[in-house]
Design a protein around this ligand. Structure first.
Ligand code: AP5
Length: 226
């Protein structure tokens, strides 16, 4: 069943947005758009955008709103987005959320479903410093809680697992601070619009997945549009 709307995943760094949103998009056969992945790809390709974003990301700060809004607006024109999209890591400021509302309306989407992955802060550092990502397919692992069968090798395609440059503890501190300053206010923004759903994401991956499906069913029951 395709979603004919945007499904927004909010939550602090390490909440599990990537882990859950990629699987969610796969299950529903809709596009998965991660602004973090898009920016990292631009950095690794050495494009103008990548050269601009790299030092900002290495400091753990947010890339300017205009840049990420333009990136998402262009990406939403892709034909793979016609059936709906899962947004991972966007929006991240109230300004981005306002712009997203405008863009979605202009492209004929309904109101987004917004899920906040709420996590106990003490688990975030362990999740982030333990994260490893497949350099080929992007599959996400954790050396403590979700290790691959063979160390540093992806179970799916045998790609090499790498650690993200911004998962060093000192950068993680700044990312968490940026989240508190600029992104947490989004929960109030979406709550006021009546769009916010909250899932306890401190639980194990499978439990969070089930809770997400429950949320979706509830939204479906409420407005019959999913
Ligand atoms: P981005 O890539 O979006 O990073 P983030 O928001 O900091 O989130 P993470 O990817 O670190 O965490 P996640 O919630 O996806 O967790 P994951 O599933 O990987 O952004 C990076 C940078 O790009 C930003 O700092 C900024 O500079 C820039 N940027 C991106 N978007 C932007 C925007 N819109 N505006 C401006 N700048 C932007 O899981 C983490 C670990 O936990 C993994 O090891 C996983 O295996 C494990 N895990 C997940 N769930 C569980 C669970 N339930 N139990 C146990 N372990 C779990």
């Amino acid at each position: 069943m395709a979603l004919h709307r945007a499904f927004v995943f909010l939550g602090p760094p390490g909440a599990g947005k990537g882990t859950q949103s990629k699987r969610f998009a796969e299950r529903r056969s809709v596009a998965h758009l991660s602004t973090g992945d898009m920016l990292r790809e631009a950095v690794s390709r050495g494009t103008e955008l990548g050269r601009l974003a790299q030092p900002i990301m290495e400091r753990g700060e947010l890339v300017p709103d205009d840049i990420v809004v333009r990136m998402i607006e262009e990406r939403l024109d892709g034909s793979d987005c016609n059936g709906g999209v899962v947004l991972d890591g966007f929006p991240r400021t109230v300004r981005q959320a306002e712009e997203l509302g405008r863009v979605l309306e202009s492209k004929g989407f309904g109101q987004p479903v917004v899920v906040d992955l709420a996590v106990r802060p003490e688990v975030l550092m362990r999740r982030l410093t333990g994260r490893r990502t497949c350099s080929v397919c992007g599959e996400i692992y954790n050396v403590y809680d979700a290790p691959p069968h063979v160390a540093d090798v992806c179970d799916r395609d045998c790609g090499k697992l790498v650690q993200r440059a911004d998962d060093r503890p000192e950068v993680v501190e700044e990312r968490l601070a940026a989240y508190e300053r600029q992104t947490r206010p989004l929960t109030d923004y979406y709550r006021r619009l009546g769009l916010l759903e909250t899932v306890d994401a401190s639980a194990a991956v499978e439990e969070v997945r089930r809770a997400l499906e429950e949320v979706l069913k509830r939204v479906e029951g409420r407005d019959g549009r999913l």
